[in-house]
Design a protein around this ligand. Sequence first.
Ligand code: GDP
Ligand code: IMO
Ligand code: MG
Length: 425
Amino acid sequence: MNTVLVGAQWGDEGKGKVIDFLTEEADVVVRFQGGSNAGHTVVVGDRKYVLHLVPSGILHEGKHCVIGNGVVMDPFDLMRELEQVESWGFTLKGRFHISERAHMVMQWHRAIDKAEEAARAEGAKIGTTGRGIGPAYAAKVGRYGMRVGDILKPDFLDLVRRQVAEANRTITALGALPLDPEEMVKLYAPMVQALMPYVTDTIEFIHDKLEKGATFLFEGAQATMLDIDFGTYPFVTSSNPTAGGACTGSGVSPRAIDRVIGVLKLYTTRVGEGPFPTELLDDDGETLRKRGGEFGATTGRPRRCGWFDAVIARYAQRVNGVDFWAMTKLDVLDAFPVVKICTGYRRKDGFVYTTFPADLEVLKWCEPVYEEMPGWQCETSHITSYDALPENAKKYISRILELVGGKLGVLSVGPARETTLRISI
Ligand code: GDP
Ligand code: IMO
Ligand code: MG
């Protein structure tokens, strides 16, 4: 049973936690897109682990973890993270693998990311994580990127020199200070030895394992509404976090995928700029942020919070072909006397959109249509079975399933590993 797991909203749905839960029954966990813009949290006992590039499966000894070809990997972020993982007491040797086809995020991509963001006018800013993701993917599709495999070549440092000189033209045109090519060479020279042991042809590795019957878990980063094709363009990331990305980002056929799990927070959050129809700028929004601990795992920025949006969840169900949902953060809603579900966006002339519009301008003239439901106003974080949930919580979940399709596979009622209920997977 090979599973693709994707975020259904604007990220931070709790993918890391669910991957950690599902890794028990997997042999190999593969990251297939994104980079260190991701922040995936796993809480075990009183320890909190945040992973950015390394698959969340690393917290289970004996499981293989792969950074697939679709990822853009910043070698410095990775080295830092690998040191951290080892300091936590987990082994890497023999079970952590990086695709030689993956692209690298270099210092100049970060510089361009920051300079581009600074140059954007108010209202056009994306609110990127500043991790160089957009420029690294731009270099990849522009066919001037740097691949992980390039570090193994004898002329790697010359390539660094040439790329810095080229990037400096963009950096200075954006009004930022150029980078010193010789300093970059000094910076990148030691990296070769450090990364070499992990670099491999992951296509061969993955197919070898597939042929031997290993179970795969494909760990999506970001989410459907941040997808470069399906998200709220241009307020998106530069990759395909949707289910199709698992194939192109790891080199497996769609036929190798048995099921898709979508991770769905039972309210909505977004970090960075861009439209967010159900955003709450009032006390309810503040309550969600406080109770949910909604501060970015990568940048620490406060996340924007709002009610559950069934329009985007239904859209995510269709685009990804979600079979099962992993619904998270039910406990965060425990305090509310009333909970709301957005079922459409009403235009001023009365027309209601029930599918997500491609043209974001439309949303400026719309307001969300809500269904209100009574809250349950009791704690759910100690609950260990679906049957034991308060009736109103069950009704809330059932109504969401009715609106968005798919089945409930996993329910999460707290940050810790133990607060995960297996429902129907
Ligand atoms: P990811 O990017 O999708 O992996 O999600 P993040 O790790 O960025 O953000 C999810 C946050 O919610 C983390 O702090 C998790 O520890 C926490 N979390 C996950 N599931 C639950 C849950 O069911 N209840 C609560 N209260 N917190 C949760
Ligand atoms: P995980 O995997 C939430 C957002 C940024 C910004 C936009 C583009 O933890 O869910 P980028 O740096 O990718 O060019 O920024 O995408 N973003 C995320 N938001 N969770 C993430 O990852 C995100 N990764 C990027 O805030 O709005
Ligand atoms: Mg996150």
